[in-house]
Design a protein around this ligand. Structure first.
Ligand SMILES: [Zn+2]
Length: 221
Protein backbone atom coordinates (compact mmCIF):
# COMPACT_ATOMS: atom_id res chain seq x y z
CA UNK A 1 0.00 0.00 0.00
CA UNK A 2 1.42 3.42 -0.95
CA UNK A 3 1.82 6.06 1.74
CA UNK A 4 -0.87 8.23 0.14
CA UNK A 5 -3.32 5.30 0.06
CA UNK A 6 -2.67 4.64 3.73
CA UNK A 7 -3.12 8.33 4.60
CA UNK A 8 -6.42 8.44 2.69
CA UNK A 9 -7.69 5.51 4.72
CA UNK A 10 -6.40 7.03 7.97
CA UNK A 11 -8.23 10.33 7.31
CA UNK A 12 -11.50 8.43 6.76
CA UNK A 13 -10.94 6.18 9.80
CA UNK A 14 -10.15 9.04 12.19
CA UNK A 15 -12.94 11.17 10.67
CA UNK A 16 -15.51 8.44 11.29
CA UNK A 17 -14.24 7.93 14.84
CA UNK A 18 -14.52 11.66 15.65
CA UNK A 19 -17.99 11.88 14.09
CA UNK A 20 -19.35 8.77 15.78
CA UNK A 21 -18.30 10.07 19.20
CA UNK A 22 -20.15 13.33 18.59
CA UNK A 23 -17.00 15.44 18.42
CA UNK A 24 -18.28 17.26 15.34
CA UNK A 25 -21.79 17.14 13.91
CA UNK A 26 -23.39 17.15 10.46
CA UNK A 27 -20.92 18.16 7.76
CA UNK A 28 -18.84 20.28 10.16
CA UNK A 29 -15.16 19.72 10.78
CA UNK A 30 -12.31 19.04 8.39
CA UNK A 31 -8.96 17.26 8.29
CA UNK A 32 -5.82 17.83 6.24
CA UNK A 33 -2.49 16.02 5.91
CA UNK A 34 0.71 17.42 4.40
CA UNK A 35 2.25 15.12 1.77
CA UNK A 36 5.93 14.57 0.99
CA UNK A 37 5.72 16.52 -2.30
CA UNK A 38 4.52 19.61 -0.38
CA UNK A 39 0.87 19.12 -1.42
CA UNK A 40 -2.08 18.15 0.77
CA UNK A 41 -4.91 15.71 1.18
CA UNK A 42 -8.00 17.37 2.68
CA UNK A 43 -11.59 16.48 3.35
CA UNK A 44 -14.01 17.84 0.71
CA UNK A 45 -16.48 20.69 1.12
CA UNK A 46 -19.87 19.73 2.62
CA UNK A 47 -18.60 16.24 3.50
CA UNK A 48 -19.49 14.66 6.85
CA UNK A 49 -16.43 13.32 8.65
CA UNK A 50 -18.54 10.23 9.38
CA UNK A 51 -18.98 9.22 5.75
CA UNK A 52 -15.78 10.05 3.88
CA UNK A 53 -14.73 8.17 0.74
CA UNK A 54 -10.92 7.73 0.43
CA UNK A 55 -11.11 8.12 -3.37
CA UNK A 56 -12.98 11.46 -3.17
CA UNK A 57 -10.66 13.28 -0.74
CA UNK A 58 -9.26 16.49 -2.25
CA UNK A 59 -5.68 16.12 -3.48
CA UNK A 60 -3.96 19.49 -3.70
CA UNK A 61 -0.60 20.53 -5.11
CA UNK A 62 1.82 22.67 -3.03
CA UNK A 63 0.09 25.85 -4.30
CA UNK A 64 -3.33 24.61 -3.17
CA UNK A 65 -4.62 23.76 -6.66
CA UNK A 66 -7.00 20.77 -6.86
CA UNK A 67 -5.36 17.82 -8.63
CA UNK A 68 -8.05 15.20 -8.03
CA UNK A 69 -11.09 14.39 -5.92
CA UNK A 70 -13.93 16.67 -4.81
CA UNK A 71 -13.52 20.41 -4.16
CA UNK A 72 -11.72 20.97 -0.84
CA UNK A 73 -13.30 22.25 2.37
CA UNK A 74 -14.15 25.95 2.30
CA UNK A 75 -12.23 26.19 5.59
CA UNK A 76 -8.95 25.30 3.88
CA UNK A 77 -7.49 28.78 4.65
CA UNK A 78 -7.56 27.88 8.37
CA UNK A 79 -5.31 24.94 7.62
CA UNK A 80 -2.95 26.64 5.19
CA UNK A 81 -2.50 29.58 7.58
CA UNK A 82 -1.46 27.27 10.42
CA UNK A 83 0.82 25.17 8.15
CA UNK A 84 2.44 28.39 6.92
CA UNK A 85 3.57 29.25 10.43
CA UNK A 86 4.30 25.71 11.70
CA UNK A 87 6.79 24.00 9.41
CA UNK A 88 6.70 20.97 11.74
CA UNK A 89 2.95 20.40 11.24
CA UNK A 90 2.15 17.22 9.30
CA UNK A 91 -1.62 17.26 9.84
CA UNK A 92 -4.38 19.60 11.05
CA UNK A 93 -7.81 18.84 12.52
CA UNK A 94 -10.62 21.39 12.79
CA UNK A 95 -13.83 20.48 14.65
CA UNK A 96 -16.94 22.22 15.93
CA UNK A 97 -16.60 20.28 19.21
CA UNK A 98 -19.11 21.49 21.81
CA UNK A 99 -17.01 22.00 24.93
CA UNK A 100 -14.20 23.80 23.12
CA UNK A 101 -16.72 26.10 21.45
CA UNK A 102 -18.34 26.73 24.84
CA UNK A 103 -15.01 27.72 26.42
CA UNK A 104 -14.38 30.11 23.50
CA UNK A 105 -17.50 32.03 24.54
CA UNK A 106 -16.70 32.49 28.24
CA UNK A 107 -16.00 36.09 29.23
CA UNK A 108 -12.91 35.38 31.33
CA UNK A 109 -10.79 33.47 28.79
CA UNK A 110 -7.21 34.69 28.29
CA UNK A 111 -6.71 34.92 24.51
CA UNK A 112 -3.01 34.08 24.85
CA UNK A 113 -3.61 31.09 27.15
CA UNK A 114 -7.20 29.94 26.65
CA UNK A 115 -6.98 26.83 28.85
CA UNK A 116 -4.72 26.64 31.92
CA UNK A 117 -2.56 23.61 32.79
CA UNK A 118 -5.31 21.35 34.19
CA UNK A 119 -3.86 17.92 33.37
CA UNK A 120 -0.48 16.51 32.39
CA UNK A 121 -1.82 15.17 29.07
CA UNK A 122 -3.16 18.59 28.09
CA UNK A 123 0.32 20.03 28.70
CA UNK A 124 1.99 17.17 26.82
CA UNK A 125 -0.29 16.74 23.81
CA UNK A 126 -1.72 20.24 23.25
CA UNK A 127 0.57 22.75 24.92
CA UNK A 128 -0.88 26.23 24.88
CA UNK A 129 -4.08 27.29 23.11
CA UNK A 130 -4.66 30.73 21.59
CA UNK A 131 -8.14 32.21 21.26
CA UNK A 132 -8.77 34.28 18.13
CA UNK A 133 -11.85 36.52 17.82
CA UNK A 134 -15.06 35.60 16.00
CA UNK A 135 -15.09 35.93 12.23
CA UNK A 136 -17.89 35.18 9.77
CA UNK A 137 -17.26 31.74 8.15
CA UNK A 138 -15.20 32.22 5.01
CA UNK A 139 -13.86 35.63 6.09
CA UNK A 140 -10.19 35.66 4.98
CA UNK A 141 -9.37 37.72 8.10
CA UNK A 142 -9.47 34.55 10.24
CA UNK A 143 -6.50 33.14 8.31
CA UNK A 144 -4.70 36.45 8.85
CA UNK A 145 -5.41 36.15 12.59
CA UNK A 146 -3.87 32.65 12.66
CA UNK A 147 -0.87 33.87 10.67
CA UNK A 148 -0.59 36.73 13.15
CA UNK A 149 0.12 34.19 15.91
CA UNK A 150 3.42 33.69 14.06
CA UNK A 151 3.73 29.98 14.80
CA UNK A 152 3.70 30.41 18.58
CA UNK A 153 0.80 27.93 18.91
CA UNK A 154 -0.12 24.53 17.49
CA UNK A 155 -3.61 24.83 18.99
CA UNK A 156 -5.96 27.68 18.10
CA UNK A 157 -9.52 28.17 19.29
CA UNK A 158 -11.76 30.20 16.97
CA UNK A 159 -14.31 32.10 19.08
CA UNK A 160 -17.91 30.86 18.73
CA UNK A 161 -16.70 28.32 16.16
CA UNK A 162 -14.18 25.62 17.17
CA UNK A 163 -10.57 24.45 17.50
CA UNK A 164 -7.87 24.18 14.81
CA UNK A 165 -5.07 21.89 15.99
CA UNK A 166 -1.81 20.85 14.31
CA UNK A 167 0.24 17.73 15.01
CA UNK A 168 3.41 16.20 13.63
CA UNK A 169 1.20 13.58 11.97
CA UNK A 170 -2.50 12.78 11.72
CA UNK A 171 -2.62 10.66 14.85
CA UNK A 172 -0.92 13.39 16.92
CA UNK A 173 -3.28 16.07 15.55
CA UNK A 174 -6.38 13.95 16.31
CA UNK A 175 -5.22 13.03 19.81
CA UNK A 176 -4.34 16.65 20.60
CA UNK A 177 -7.76 17.81 19.42
CA UNK A 178 -9.44 15.18 21.60
CA UNK A 179 -7.30 16.19 24.58
CA UNK A 180 -8.22 19.85 24.04
CA UNK A 181 -11.92 18.94 23.94
CA UNK A 182 -11.70 16.83 27.13
CA UNK A 183 -9.81 19.60 28.93
CA UNK A 184 -12.38 22.15 27.76
CA UNK A 185 -15.02 19.87 29.31
CA UNK A 186 -13.11 19.90 32.63
CA UNK A 187 -12.75 23.67 32.37
CA UNK A 188 -16.55 23.97 32.12
CA UNK A 189 -17.28 21.39 34.84
CA UNK A 190 -15.02 23.29 37.21
CA UNK A 191 -15.95 26.80 36.14
CA UNK A 192 -16.23 29.01 39.21
CA UNK A 193 -15.04 26.23 41.55
CA UNK A 194 -11.44 27.45 41.78
CA UNK A 195 -9.87 24.07 40.81
CA UNK A 196 -6.27 23.19 41.71
CA UNK A 197 -4.22 23.54 38.53
CA UNK A 198 -0.80 22.01 37.89
CA UNK A 199 1.78 24.17 39.59
CA UNK A 200 4.60 25.95 37.77
CA UNK A 201 6.97 23.29 39.16
CA UNK A 202 4.78 20.41 37.94
CA UNK A 203 4.62 21.93 34.43
CA UNK A 204 8.40 22.50 34.46
CA UNK A 205 8.89 18.85 35.47
CA UNK A 206 6.80 17.71 32.46
CA UNK A 207 8.81 19.94 30.12
CA UNK A 208 12.09 18.50 31.41
CA UNK A 209 10.99 14.88 31.67
CA UNK A 210 9.28 14.68 28.26
CA UNK A 211 11.45 17.21 26.38
CA UNK A 212 8.47 19.49 25.60
CA UNK A 213 8.77 22.80 23.77
CA UNK A 214 8.75 25.14 26.77
CA UNK A 215 7.55 28.07 24.60
CA UNK A 216 4.11 26.48 24.09
CA UNK A 217 3.22 25.09 27.52
CA UNK A 218 0.15 26.58 29.22
CA UNK A 219 0.67 28.89 32.17
CA UNK A 220 -1.22 29.55 35.38
CA UNK A 221 -3.66 32.47 35.11
ZN1 LIG B 1 -15.49 25.34 11.12
Amino acid sequence: MSEETRLREDICRFGRSLFERGLTAGSSGNISVRLKDGGWLTTPTNASLGFLDPARLSRLDPDGNLLSGDAPTKELPLHTALYATRSDAGAIVHLHSTHSVAVSMLPDVDAANAIPPMTAYYVMRVGQTALVPYYRPGDPAVADAIRGLAGRYTSVLLANHGPVVAGKDLEAAVYATEELEETAKLRLLLHGLNPRLLTREQVRDLVTHFGLDSSIVPTQP
